[in-house]
Design a protein around this ligand. Structure first.
Ligand code: BGC
Length: 474
């Protein structure tokens, strides 16, 4: 997600702009996307496992919240330290550590004999996903040639949704033998694949250069780029951006520069908004929501959950197709409106009582429409915006801050949603989510810039020149 290309952008020769993309780039991108898959599977696994865990350990509502949300606490901590880890040890090693932690976390969950051990397993899985959710997009953006860099961010989100769907499907399969342990066990497969794969990909040339290993950086570019001209151009760009970075960055820049503080706070708010749409309430508790909507039996609930996962994947293509044509803001307006209306419909049905099958299917339809609304808008676009609004020198810090807030927001939803459902009931809970989504339409209008078709350097100039946040894309 970080874009470390030089801000001055020495004019790019045609041969560089249109150079072939070598297979090694696709391979390395596919691997980073595999981290997205793990991210998604980690999110998706719990909704199917929870009903069985509840049966085995007789969970209280608070403990249920903890089992769901301890992963997010781990992820927030992981994302917080990810910047330091991937700077110190490199993006590749950070991904390697993260896949190891994933593997261990899944293994601990498989053999957990108590809820305390399960919470430990969830925290380990969380630490892994926190590091991965920062590092993988960063690595992607650092190895991908500029002209496919934007696409890789949406592609990464697509992999997150595929991971969620894969977990929903495996949850369904293992529900027939009632084994929540194997639902976690399958996480070891992509974790092992990521580990083996990362061993085969090169270090990030940009990271190598920040460690003064310019020769190594050039060697890596030899493997990732198709022409001498391209390599020379990019090495020049990397040197320029490193000189820039030497000024002041991260926390120092945050303390000194009020304009940078604005973009960091915008990034943090964007991710909180993404989480408070309530998407993960559906991702984590879908079977329970379907139960409240009148669907009896675990299998029926899990099948409906698979449908939500599928809609999530498919609707992401809408964003991929339209984000650079219609722009970010129109899509966000549409998405928040769809989410507000569908939550209001769900709240109303729960108020009336889903007594007829017509009402039950309308409730299910409302959930699916909500998921589509999120996946076509806030899902991918918030990540894109968070990467676009940060100035070059503060990009690692800015993205790390917004990624941490994504997980903190995620934690709040995971922790409090079940309590709200029990405490104030479904009607009120979904009513509040509807109201929040309405509010986000206003937030989009007031604060979000339109960044379609504008260079990162122009956005940075506008931000640093003190323009209002909503205008930094014009
Ligand atoms: C969010 C996750 C969410 C996923 C759903 C991502 O953009 O950050 O919290 O679970 O989308 O597809």
């Amino acid at each position: 997600m970080s874009d470390t290309s030089g801000p001055e952008q020495t004019r790019k020769p045609d041969a560089v702009a249109h150079a072939d993309i070598v297979p090694m780039v696709w391979f390395s991108c596919a691997l980073a996307a595999l981290a997205g898959l793990l991210f998604g599977m980690d999110i998706g696994v719990i909704s199917g496992a929870l009903p069985f865990i509840k049966q085995e350990f007789h969970l209280s509502t608070a403990m249920e919240g903890w089992i769901v949300s301890s992963m997010m606490v781990g992820a927030a901590v992981g994302a917080f330290f990810a910047g330091g880890i991937s700077q110190r040890f490199g993006r590749r090693k950070a991904l390697l550590y993260s896949s190891l932690l994933f593997f261990i976390g899944a293994l601990v969950a498989v053999v957990a004999t108590s809820t305390a051990i399960l919470v430990v397993a969830r925290i380990l899985l969380g630490l892994a996903v926190g590091v991965a959710s920062f590092t993988a997009p960063l690595y992607l953006s650092e190895i991908a040639p500029e002209r496919i860099r934007g696409t890789t961010i949406s592609f990464y989100q697509l992999m997150v949704t595929v991971g969620i769907l894969a977990a929903f499907v495996s949850n369904l399969a293992f529900s027939y033998i009632e084994s929540w342990r194997w639902m976690f066990g399958v996480l070891m497969i992509p974790a092992g694949m990521l580990f083996a794969g990362v061993l085969m990909v090169p270090n990030s040339p940009r990271w190598l250069a920040t460690r003064d290993r310019f020769d190594d950086a050039r060697n890596v570019l030899n493997r990732l780029r198709s022409s001498r001209e391209e390599i020379d151009y990019e090495m020049r760009e990397i040197r320029e951006s490193i000189e820039q970075k030497e000024q002041s960055r991260g926390w120092g820049m945050f303390k000194e520069n009020a304009n940078f503080r604005r973009s960091v706070l915008l990034g943090v708010s964007l991710q909180i908004v993404q989480q408070f749409t309530g998407m993960n309430a559906i991702m984590y508790f879908a079977p329970q929501i379907f139960q409240a909507s009148g669907f009896e039996g675990t299998a029926a609930q899990l099948w409906s959950t698979v449908a939500t996962g599928l809609v999530n994947v498919l609707a992401t293509f809408i964003a991929i197709g339209f984000v650079d044509r219609l722009g970010r803001k129109p899509i966000l307006y549409a998405g928040f409106t769809i989410m507000a209306v569908s939550m209001a419909v769900l709240a109303t049905i729960l108020h009336i009582g889903p007594d007829t099958s017509a009402l039950q299917y309308t409730a299910m339809g409302a959930v699916l429409v909500f998921v589509a609304g999120f996946a076509m808008s806030a899902g991918p676009l918030i990540w894109t915006l968070c990467a676009e609004i940060q100035p070059l020198r503060g990009r690692d810090f800015g993205i790390s801050a917004s990624t941490v807030s994504n997980w903190v927001g995620n934690w709040i939803v995971g922790q409090f949603f079940p309590l709200m459902l029990v405490g104030i009931g479904g009607t009120m809970t979904f009513g509040i989510l509807a109201a929040l989504n309405l509010l986000f339409i206003v937030f989009t209008f007031m604060l979000i810039p339109e960044t379609k078709g504008i260079s990162l350097e122009k956005i940075e100039k506008n931000l640093m020149g003190g323009k209002a946040l909503r205008d930094i894309g014009t």
